[in-house]
Write a protein that binds this ligand. Sequence first.
Ligand code: SAH
Length: 251
Amino acid sequence: MSKLPIFESGAVWLVGAGPGDPGLLTLHAVNALKQADVIIYDALVNVEVLEWARPDAEQIKLGKRGGMPSPKQAEITAKLIGFAQAGKRVLRLKGGDPYMFGRGGEEALALAAANIPVRVIPGITAGIGGLAYAGIPVTHRDINQSVTFLTGHDHRGLTPGRIDWAAIAKGSGMIVMYMAVKHIGEIATALIAAGRPADDPVTVVKNATMPDMQVLETTLENAARDIAKSGIGSPAIISIGRGNLLRKDLT
Ligand code: SAH
């Protein structure tokens, strides 16, 4: 891996670890793990990927997790800045892709404001790679030419008020939702009220790409009931749209 970059002291690399299966790490992510002095990883990162780390690297689990007590974002950025200013090679490891609903942008901005060199290493996001493992292509010619990635709650834990449900119901062939299990009832109601067919296929994929991956197939009108009945919980991706029908031929 001679052409991969050298991790300079005092820098922070913001790295996506992918949705879980360690085989989905990038070469850049492995290169970062092999050099880092300090690894600060998110709640959703599969700890198996830490096997690539230097045995003497300091490993700190620190991340926000919906509905559970979690550190304040300011504490996380302060830690990253502190280690970098102490001359460490700091690896901030996040589930999926760091810029997809992962607060990576906030962390990168805080680091840039503190004049700390930052490198971003994208990862495979759960809403694409995770669905692929469940047999769902996020786009498919003749079915959907557009896909929308949505978060199911805002920073207060509520259904996001700023989402234009009517536009999405009509304009997005495939809707891929992160952090949406809790509010799926309200979301489905809003989408149906805005013209989305009540029988639109819905798939819920929990622990996508992991050996214990669980998949639930339902429809928009039955999603809340079926999710509650099955007990399927977080972390899960919920996809809404006719593209879900392909999974019968792809699994
Ligand atoms: N940056 C991450 C997303 C962070 S938000 C990414 O790009 O994938 C956290 C949400 O991501 C979870 O609530 C869930 O909706 C989704 N998620 C992350 N990993 C997942 C996995 N392995 N299986 C299913 N959903 C996952």
